[in-house]
Design a protein around this ligand. Structure first.
Ligand SMILES: [Zn+2]
Length: 260
């Protein structure tokens, strides 16, 4: 059975999550495998837009499971709208999932292709008043997922990576301001959308996913920098933070739609 804290190791990894988190065996879990031949273009899907205030970025932290940039979401500052969404959603945080080498690490896969990493930008619908309230609604959260593939270096990503030196170990947090995460979007705005869940416990089924078709490209050195983080606290033997992705979950009859 699972240790007191969930994680990605054999004793507390994704196979064990349902023991403590019943949502994790629900019918709308994420991530999923995308099979593009089965996905239909939906002409009713409109383009999405993000209008982010760089001043709303607050801190960057290492929670032992990922690195996360946290935004001020106390009012409508950094917003996502359009696409499959009704109304506008506030940016709360972004984080990444990655693997132990460049040939895997993303959570979603496309026609069997796993990317080196996957960026998740988490937004919530303020019509539900609080983030906690939004977690209880099927359309409470909107996550934009961006795939990272390895190739040439991405300068904008380096602004984020340079901050990792200050949060090497679990529990570290440092100010991170004046950053516009839209610099991490690919040029093409085409997306797939479906109803799913958080990929980390408690795996609430409250997410409208927008998965961007076009990956961004980062260098192998930049991926290595992500893997230089530790999942262990400062006062313990260092454990690299190198495998923080959940494997694909059953589709269970859900429909994935394409904007293109
Ligand atoms: Zn995530």
């Amino acid at each position: 059975t699972m240790a007191k804290e969930w994680g990605y190791a054999n004793h507390n990894g994704p196979d064990h999550w349902p023991e403590l988190f019943p949502f994790a065996k629900g019918n709308k879990q994420s991530p999923i495998e995308l099979h593009t031949k089965d996905i239909k273009h939906d002409p009713t899907l409109s383009p999405w837009t993000a209008s982010y205030d760089p001043g709303s970025a607050k801190t960057i932290l290492n929670n032992g499971k990922t690195c996360r940039v946290v935004f001020d979401d106390t009012y409508d500052r950094s917003m996502l709208r359009g696409g499959p969404l009704i109304g506008s959603y506030r940016l709360r945080q972004f984080h990444l999932h990655w693997g132990s080498s460049d040939d895997h690490g993303s959570e979603h896969s496309v026609d069997g292709v796993k990317y080196a990493a996957e960026l998740h930008l988490v937004h919530w619908n303020p019509k539900y008043n609080t983030y906690g309230g939004a977690l209880k609604q099927p359309d409470g959260i909107a996550v934009v997922g961006v795939f990272l593939q390895v190739g040439s270096e991405k300068g904008e990503f380096q602004l984020f990576l340079d901050a990792l030196d200050k949060i090497k170990t679990k529990g570290k947090e440092t100010p991170f301001t004046n950053f516009n995460p839209s610099c991490l979007f690919p040029a093409c705005r085409d997306y797939w959308t479906y109803q799913g869940s958080f990929t980390t416990p408690p795996c609430e089924e409250c997410i409208v996913w927008l998965l961007l078709k076009e990956p961004i490209t980062v260098s192998s050195d930049q991926m290595a920098k992500l893997r230089s983080l530790y999942s262990s606290p400062e006062n313990e033997p260092p454990v690299p933070l190198v495998r923080n992705w959940r494997p694909p979950q059953p589709l269970k009859g859900r429909i994935v739609r394409a904007s293109f």
